[in-house]
Ligand binder design. Structure first.
Ligand SMILES: Cc1cc2nc3c(=O)[nH]c(=O)nc-3n(C[C@H](O)[C@H](O)[C@H](O)COP(=O)(O)OP(=O)(O)OC[C@H]3O[C@@H](n4cnc5c(N)ncnc54)[C@H](O)[C@@H]3O)c2cc1C
Length: 418
């Protein structure tokens, strides 16, 4: 099993950059800052990196490879997938079978520890059990953080730039003078570790759509070879745990797959689907990852977009420090570069999310049947891009079946949103 050694007793004297949060995004910012020679300290409120884990860890191989993160060391990848089975609430199935594995499911705790270990090896310091309570400010400029150790003690740490990678809790945004995450963009997730899952293909992820089981999002089952699985869903209304119970007992397909399943652990966490926040920089401050809502509005996947923006944040912060200008005038380049890279995909995915949210369960059933009849599965067979979904759709739309399906979806969308 992979275990990163992360210092807990590291000096916090005068870092150039303080990073708030030792999740994947915080560690990846720290890794790139350290590689650029910037003195960096990461504060993580928990005593261990990667815990508690709240994420399914379903990630595209192509994107990981593009970042130089694939292949990963042993013990991080739990399974690989070349098939996705989509179900309507009535049990209609539509499958996409790809020619080779396109996604992996990661042990998120081990992945987070791996990234933290890489950052530490590059020279970044990690201080665990240390919660950033507030930002230190001079006028409108952020100048550092006030840190509270969980075993007592309070410390002021001054820096040139603070990078906020605190995740969806996003408590520091307002202190920096930025807007908080929009509550309307949030869905509330439950994810359980389950044993003894039956009737699943070993290399297929299961996706359960529909307002009856997961209003505002979907349910998922991600199997491992040993018949265990990560099973979860998110909703924009009601109690996610009640919906999970309903999925396990009432869904025509999931109830059979989970009839004998045993829940070994369960966790709850919010997912932000509203698209990137309007402004993710201030004087001496950058917001990255979930706290900046750099998350795919369709699937809730935030690791790849968060890491993409993390690298950009490190580059812009390092340039600002080298120039001796930490003002928002320089730091706004971070937002511009992220926007140039991701905005088209975000716009497409926000519309797709609205489209999916607008469909009744009956329409969803019809849609999956139509996808099957039109041969959308064959049109998507060569797809290996699942993160940058705007660009992916542009490519796929060149195939007649996909073009016909998109025209049909467009009509459905217009009839649901006159
Ligand atoms: C149920 C669920 C399933 C998901 N599945 C997937 C998936 O399959 N694929 C995918 O790509 N994404 C998935 N996501 C989204 C993914 O988990 C996030 O996008 C990703 O973890 C964002 O990383 P981050 O570093 O920005 O935030 P986080 O991973 O939340 O890390 C933030 C860190 O900051 C620390 N912290 C917070 N506040 C403070 C503070 N004040 N001081 C010090 N430390 C602090 C926290 O302890 C935490 O370690 C899922 C999310 C959920 C809820």
């Amino acid at each position: 099993m992979f275990m990163a050694a992360v210092n807990t007793q590291t000096s916090t004297n005068n870092p150039d950059v303080v990073v708030v949060g030792g999740g994947p995004v915080g560690s990846y910012v720290a890794l790139h800052l350290a590689k650029l020679g910037v003195k960096t300290t990461v504060f993580e409120e928990h005593h261990a990196i990667g815990f508690p884990s709240h994420c399914a860890g379903h990630i595209s191989i192509r994107s990981l490879r593009g970042m130089g993160l694939y292949p990963l060391p042993r013990g991080i990848v739990e399974n690989t997938f070349c098939t996705a089975n989509f179900y309507s609430p009535a049990g209609t199935k539509f499958s996409i079978n790809l020619s080779c594995p396109v996604t992996v499911v990661l042990n998120r705790a081990h992945f987070d520890q791996y990234l933290a270990g890489q950052a530490q090896a590059a020279g970044a310091s990690f201080v665990l059990g240390s919660r950033v309570q507030s930002l230190l400010k001079e006028g409108i400029s952020v100048r550092g953080v006030d840190v509270v150790q969980t075993d007592g003690g309070d410390q002021k740490v001054y820096s040139k730039i603070v990078v906020d990678a605190e995740g969806v809790s996003s408590r520091l945004l307002r202190q920096a003078g930025l807007s908080a995450l929009k509550p309307r963009g949030l869905v509330y997730a439950v994810e359980a570790e389950m044993e003894n899952v039956q009737n699943v293909e070993p290399n297929a992820v299961e996706v359960y759509f529909g307002k009856s089981y997961a209003p505002g999002f979907y349910g998922w089952l991600i199997p491992r070879p040993d018949s265990s699985a990560k099973v979860g869903l998110a909703t924009n209304t009601g109690n996610p745990q009640e919906y999970l119970k309903r999925l396990m007992t009432k869904h025509p397909v999931a109830s059979k797959q989970l009839a004998k399943a045993k829940i070994t652990s369960i966790g709850y966490h919010a997912i932000t689907l509203g698209g990137p926040i309007n402004r993710s920089y201030a004087d001496g401050f950058l917001a990255v990852g979930d706290c900046a809502s750099q998350v795919k509005p369709t699937t809730g996947g935030g690791v790849i977009f968060g890491l993409t923006c993390a690298k950009t944040a490190a580059e812009v912060a390092s340039q600002a420090i080298a120039k001796g200008d930490l003002s928002s005038n320089i730091l706004k380049n971070y937002q511009k570069r992220c926007h140039d890279q991701l905005n088209f995909d975000f716009l497409v995915m926000l519309r797709l999310r609205r489209f999916l949210d607008s469909l009744s369960d009956e329409r969803l059933d019809e849609m999956l049947r139509v996808c099957g009849k039109l041969g959308v599965d064959k049109a998507l067979r060569d797809v290996d891009e699942i993160d940058f979904q705007g660009k992916m759709l542009l490519t796929a739309a060149r195939k007649p079946a996909m073009a016909a399906a998109l025209a049909y979806f467009g009509l459905l969308y217009l009839s649901a949103n006159p």
